[in-house]
Write a protein that binds this ligand. Structure first.
Ligand SMILES: Cc1cc2nc3c(=O)[nH]c(=O)nc-3n(C[C@H](O)[C@H](O)[C@H](O)COP(=O)(O)OP(=O)(O)OC[C@H]3O[C@@H](n4cnc5c(N)ncnc54)[C@H](O)[C@@H]3O)c2cc1C
Length: 487
């Protein structure tokens, strides 16, 4: 317990993304004094929400939504009361945003995006964004405007570091946060709500919790480092869904830039001239490089498993693809690299070649040596691929797009890493958005919302994350505001 509190509020919200928005606006509008602690500097707040595709889910029927989420969870079941609250609230997202002055617009461009159309209840899925244009942080801008229209203080560059817990009652009384080299103690008279996102940038947690990958990098905010997991565990929280994430895909990660570059040639909807394959450290292909995964999951023997991404992986291609324009799509509709970092990739890829991000050699054998692959196996993999192209049939992985041979020297390689949008795991919460202990009892005055301990345990429906931020943000905000202040 600190000697004195530097700042006092009823509800302290940790992290300003979609979940922080929904929580703080709800609590404020119910009469609570709200303070938001945000780790990022002003201009980089908003987390993954700021750079997301900007879609959020609004389901059309509670019963169908219950059926669909239950099916998405498959064998990794989630308690029925949680599913029910999710479904009830998910149907209210548009009405709530409209009541605050939002302009919900349903996604029009195909595919509208029911991710698992064969599952029961799937036709309840409707994906929305705010305003006429999809992408470009527009939905986030509504959320941020609604926070800033209210007398809610936002403390930027003030990461929460630990929770202040009463040693006998175990109630959460406030937050210890850091500002430069100063510690700031923030009193939460009613409750603390953790909305500080997942562990996309915590490589140790990635190694411990995500299945089969030694490392993974994000296309979202670099500020989500699993802090909410560490803080909640320290006060006794249980964890759930730590092995589930929206990924992996395969992308370029370089030391100079915090987030990943997605390669246009690997996008399932882009056809580019020239030949390319991806090989693993054994110099062999391991997948249909153009397969449209379901947020990183692929069908394996009747189950959905994360795409196998043996590290290090290499995109191998020829002069035709290299000369076809920028290998990276710098269009800023979504993604941290595009919207915030704004790295200006050269039109002819020459700058990235000079930086060594792209390696080249006149022969495949020399290219193999440059990236430390076995030259004979790489030559076999390319020859085999070229035969598939001649036959117009990839008998190994059934790839149907960009069936062009790798023949035009010089040859090129880019090292690829597993990349993700976001993690789903974190402290387990109940249907009141309270964080619970392993025995299921709530930790008093501690709530959460958003991707930090998301409900998604197995399969994921696109736009479900921001939809859930709004749904459980409202639940957390309501219940936090209704707490009686501690003495
Ligand atoms: C490229 C991309 C596209 C996506 N597209 C979609 C989409 O269209 N629809 C959809 O539903 N989902 C999408 N997702 C996923 C979705 O964006 C996120 O899951 C969702 O926005 C998470 O919201 P949140 O509020 O829980 O966390 P975030 O929006 O990530 O916000 C967390 C905030 O907490 C802050 N923070 C972290 N640690 C601390 C700390 N210790 N103290 C204080 N603050 C802290 C961070 O700086 C950040 O501002 C996408 C993700 C990415 C990366």
């Amino acid at each position: 317990m600190p000697q004195e509190w530097d700042i006092e509020a009823d509800v302290v919200v940790v992290g300003l993304g979609a979940a922080g928005f929904a929580t703080s606006v709800t609590a404020h509008d119910l009469g609570a004094k709200v303070v938001i602690l945000e780790k990022a500097p002003e201009g980089q707040e908003g987390g993954n929400t700021r750079v997301a595709g900007q879609g959020y889910l609004n389901t059309s029927s509670v019963d169908k939504a219950i059926a669909y989420l239950t099916a998405l969870c498959g064998p990794y079941t989630v308690p029925a009361p949680m599913v029910k609250v999710w479904a009830e609230e998910m149907c209210q997202n548009n009405a709530w945003l409209e009541s605050l002055g939002g302009d919900p617009q349903e996604h029009q461009h195909p595919p509208v995006g029911i991710e698992f159309p064969d599952l029961p209840g799937a036709d309840c899925v409707h994906k929305f964004h705010d305003g006429p244009t999809y992408g470009y942080s527009y939905t986030w801008q509504l959320f941020e405007r609604l926070v800033k229209q209210r007398p809610i203080s936002i403390l930027y560059e003030t990461p929460a570091r630990s929770l202040v817990q009463h040693h006998i009652t175990k109630e959460i009384l406030g937050v210890r946060s850091q500002r430069g080299d100063r510690w700031i103690h923030v009193k939460a008279g009613k409750a603390v709500v953790l909305t500080c996102g997942g562990f996309e940038n915590n490589q140790e947690m990635i190694r411990n919790y995500l299945p089969g990958i030694p490392r993974c990098y994000t296309s979202g905010t670099p500020y989500n480092e699993g802090d909410g997991i560490t803080m909640a565990m320290s006060v006794g929280a249980d964890l759930w869904h730590m092995n589930n994430y929206a990924g992996p895909s395969m992308a370029l990660k370089v030391a100079e830039i915090r987030t990943t570059f997605s390669m246009q040639a690997l996008h399932y909807s882009k056809e580019m001239p020239g030949g390319m394959i991806v090989v693993g450290p054994d110099a062999r292909r391991f997948t249909d490089e153009k397969f449209k995964t379901r947020h990183g999951k692929v069908p394996v023997n009747g189950n959905w498993l994360p795409l196998s991404t043996p590290c290090p992986m290499f995109l191998i291609f020829d002069r035709t693809l290299f000369s076809a324009g920028p290998l990276y799509d710098k269009h800023p509709s979504h993604g941290w690299t595009q919207i915030i970092e704004r790295y200006d990739w050269s039109e002819d890829n020459s700058v990235e070649l000079a930086k060594g991000w792209i390696k080249t050699a006149d022969t495949l054998a020399a290219l193999a040596a440059a990236v430390e692959l076995d030259p004979d196996t790489l030559a076999q993999s390319v020859t085999r691929w070229n035969r598939h192209c001649d036959a117009r049939h990839d008998s190994d992985f059934g790839r149907r797009l960009m069936l062009a041979p790798i023949v035009e020297p010089p040859f090129y390689a880019i090292e690829l890493s597993p990349s993700m949008l976001n993690t789903q795991g974190g402290p387990r919460r109940n249907e009141r958005a309270q964080i619970v202990r392993p025995d299921g009892t709530p930790i008093p005055r501690l709530y959460s919302a958003g991707e930090l301990g998301s409900i998604y345990s197995y399969l994921y429906q696109g736009t479900g994350n921001i939809g859930e931020c709004l749904a459980f943000g409202r639940v957390a905000g309501r219940n936090a505001a209704a707490e009686t202040p501690w003495q």
